[in-house]
Design a protein around this ligand. Structure first.
Ligand code: DGL
Length: 269
């Protein structure tokens, strides 16, 4: 049993899609969230840059005395998860394994679509993870980088989002995919727009749900769940740039009042 918080981080707002699922199945757990808003997007950056940013975020969360960390960012998971797991002595969980597993067990025709940032798509991380489960599954992937600034801007359901989705996704729909992995944690914010674009025959896979389950399972195994009786867990939010916009969009997205968002100097870590 441990009453220390869980750390969750992303380049910006995207990780909130994972935080939302964690809150549902682990309502008793305190969470410290960090969004690296000064350096979003991670997607187009080099592997070395993403790795450096990821380690800085982990160092910041370690200072908050977290008992486990969720890298709620596909790009950072693809680029830095395996090294992070080796270097820190608390459980660190990414989002790709969970997403790959869900897709592998969802597809019926063995043609899976994967969308993500340039970095995630270039890394081929989903392809590798899905192949570990079923080598016969064919992957059709595509980078959709503009979805990230659209989500950060709070434009998830407007005409710009709809047109962008149409241009990006048309090609995938024509390749017979029967499920589509939202391989960037920002994309579930555009779930409605993406769903309407691809149509209801294509199942959308949001890795966040399975990631939250993986986290719970790991914490049970390590015996670090918070078993104290309480009415409300504590959530702290930190960003690396001006908090105003994050505050407004985050509040809307997680559908809960956010008391305070604090700006930190991430370069220090
Ligand atoms: N939300 C992140 C991901 O899952 C990163 C988006 C970005 O910063 O480009 O990949």
């Amino acid at each position: 049993m441990s009453n220390r918080p869980i750390g969750v981080f992303d380049s910006g707002l995207g990780g909130l899609t994972v935080l939302k699922e964690i809150k549902k199945i682990l309502p008793n757990e305190d969470i410290v969230y960090f969004g690296d808003t000064a350096r979003v997007p991670y997607g187009p950056r080099s592997k070395e840059a993403v790795k450096k940013y990821t380690f800085q975020a982990i160092n910041f969360l370690m200072e908050k005395d977290v008992k486990a960390i969720v890298i709620a960012c596909n790009t950072a998971t693809a680029r830095a998860l395996s090294e992070a797991k080796e270097q820190y002595d608390i459980p660190i969980i990414g989002v790709i394994e969970a997403g790959a597993r869900t897709a592998a067990y969802t597809t019926k025709n063995n043609i899976v679509g994967v969308i993500g940032t340039d970095g995630t798509i270039r890394s081929k991380a989903y392809e590798r993870e899905i192949a570990k489960i079923n080598k016969d599954i064919k992957i059709v992937d595509k980078a959709c980088p503009l979805f990230v600034p659209i989500a950060e801007e709070g434009w998830a359901n407007n005409e710009v989002a709809k047109l962008t989705a149409k241009i990006y996704l048309e090609e995938l729909i024509n390749k017979d995919i029967d499920c589509l992995v939202l391989g960037c944690t920002h994309y579930p914010i555009l779930m409605r727009t993406i769903g309407e674009t691809v149509g209801e025959k294509i199942i959308l896979v949001n890795p966040a749900k399975e990631t939250a389950k993986d986290l719970k399972k790991t914490m049970q195994e390590k015996n670090i769940l918070n078993n104290t009786q309480r009415t409300q867990a504590k959530y702290e939010y930190y960003v690396s740039d001006i908090p105003d916009k994050f505050y407004v969009i985050a509040k809307e997205f997680i559908d809960q009042d956010i008391e305070n968002v604090e700006k930190i100097e991430i370069q220090k870590y």
